[in-house]
Design a protein around this ligand. Structure first.
Ligand SMILES: [Zn+2]
Length: 407
């Protein structure tokens, strides 16, 4: 049998008879309350889904931009698209018989490597912002040096900097966080650099890890029973799966520790994540702890917690097949792999890894030289007309159109 493909086409609004609303997810709105508000059937769109799909509905975050597509009369909802990570979105649509269907589908994007040099007029932040018009690129550069350089003390006018990063684009607009590859700045005539290593961690030119936000393990001596995956195609179920966190299997009642210092922003019971707690940390990070047996006494919304403080106990509440902690890590509301941030003992590269890293440094330094020599400028971001993504059954199996953006 020919595998059923998702048929996605891009339809400029002018060609569309249907009406698309671009909305922001209200703070406090749950997926179930969203369905109720729009008279969408919760039985087919939630209760009859398998547990993995139901858990995905927990990943909708407040403030996310989502779309509702209605028919010509702007009454019945034809489709809803809600991103839950930078790779996956929930898609609700009416099939030909008018029955509503739920699925998780990929977000199609492309990635572009950006690189540029600029000189400082007052401080690195404004220099990067002036060059790129991207606050996120600015924050990626600055956070790379947070622990090592006090810019306020050392930066002088006309100091040069170089940056290489990749950025995801959707419909021609940047989305999600840029991934820093190289940040270099010359201060008092000396270059300082932050380099992306092969292990997705950051190091200075000598191979010492640059400390950013580092977490402690939320459950000690636990086995990781399921790792993080942004999306994968399940060949048997014929659908997309995602696991936006890491599972730690441990006996019921095992203490759960706050992975970092922060403030509890949610401690509640949800149908799929059971007793679930969210902690907000510095620099746009958030951690999530699901399926808890119970919260530790006094752990409620608004409470500040210290790094490694006990916040609750391992359980199997919600949709869970056995006692474990589902641990999620988010940066600016996007799920990221906790593995890249959990503290490890090795902070300095040695031996073979160091040799490999030296090659990376050499490669980036050569690129930086070329960027400086050609005085390469940053591409700025432009706004494009809003366009919408719809599934269309009439374009034949296998038809998939790429994003082409009207300019
Ligand atoms: Zn999990």
């Amino acid at each position: 049998m020919i595998q059923r493909l998702l048929i996605l086409i891009l339809l400029p609004l002018v060609l569309s008879a249907a009406k698309v609303d671009y909305l922001r997810w209200d703070n406090g709105m749950t997926y179930l309350s969203f369905l109720a508000k729009h008279d969408l059937p919760s039985r087919t769109l939630y209760w009859n889904l398998d547990s993995e799909d139901r858990k995905l509905t927990e990943e909708i975050y407040s403030g996310v931009r989502y779309q509702i597509l209605r028919d010509d009369n702007a009454t019945a909802i034809q489709q809803v698209l809600i991103p839950i990570s930078d790779e996956l979105q929930l898609h609700i649509y009416q099939d030909r018989k008018g029955k509503y269907v739920f699925e998780a589908i990929p977000i199609i994007y492309n990635t572009k490597i950006q690189s540029f040099t600029t000189t400082i007029t007052s401080n690195p932040s404004s220099a990067i912002y002036d060059a790129t018009h991207s606050k996120r690129a600015m924050s990626a550069f600055i956070s790379g040096f947070r622990k090592s350089i006090n810019f306020a003390l050392h930066v002088q006018k006309d100091d040069p900097l170089v940056m290489i990063y990749d950025q995801k684009y959707r419909f021609g607009k940047p989305f999600s966080m840029p991934r820093l590859q190289l940040a270099k700045i010359r201060l008092h005539g000396k270059w300082h650099g932050v380099y992306l290593g092969a292990d997705e961690r950051y190091y200075d030119a000598k191979g010492h890890e640059v400390e950013g936000f580092l977490l402690v393990k939320p459950v000690k001596r636990a086995r990781i029973s399921s790792g993080f995956t942004k999306r994968r195609w399940h060949p048997v179920l014929h659908k997309y799966r995602a696991h936006l966190g890491m599972d730690y299997a441990a006996p019921r009642g095992t203490p759960i520790h706050a992975a970092g210092a922060g403030t509890i922003i949610e401690a509640r019971r949800s149908p799929s994540y059971g007793n679930v707690m969210k902690i907000r940390h510095a620099d746009g990070y958030m951690t999530l702890y699901a399926h808890q047996k119970k919260f530790r006494a006094g752990m409620r919304r608004g409470k500040r917690v210290k790094k490694d403080e006990i916040i609750g106990y391992v359980g199997t509440t919600g949709l869970s097949s056995g006692p474990h902690l589902h641990f999620g890590l988010y940066k600016h509301n996007r799920a990221i792999n906790p593995r890249s941030v959990i503290q490890v003992t090795t902070k300095k590269l040695t031996g073979k890894k160091k040799k490999q890293f030296d090659n990376i440094v050499k490669h980036y330094d050569e690129e930086a030289e070329m960027i400086l020599a050609s005085n390469k400028q940053a591409e700025r971001f432009f706004d494009f007309d809003p366009v919408c993504y719809v599934k269309h059954d009439d374009f034949g199996e296998g038809a998939e159109r790429n994003e082409t953006v009207r300019k």
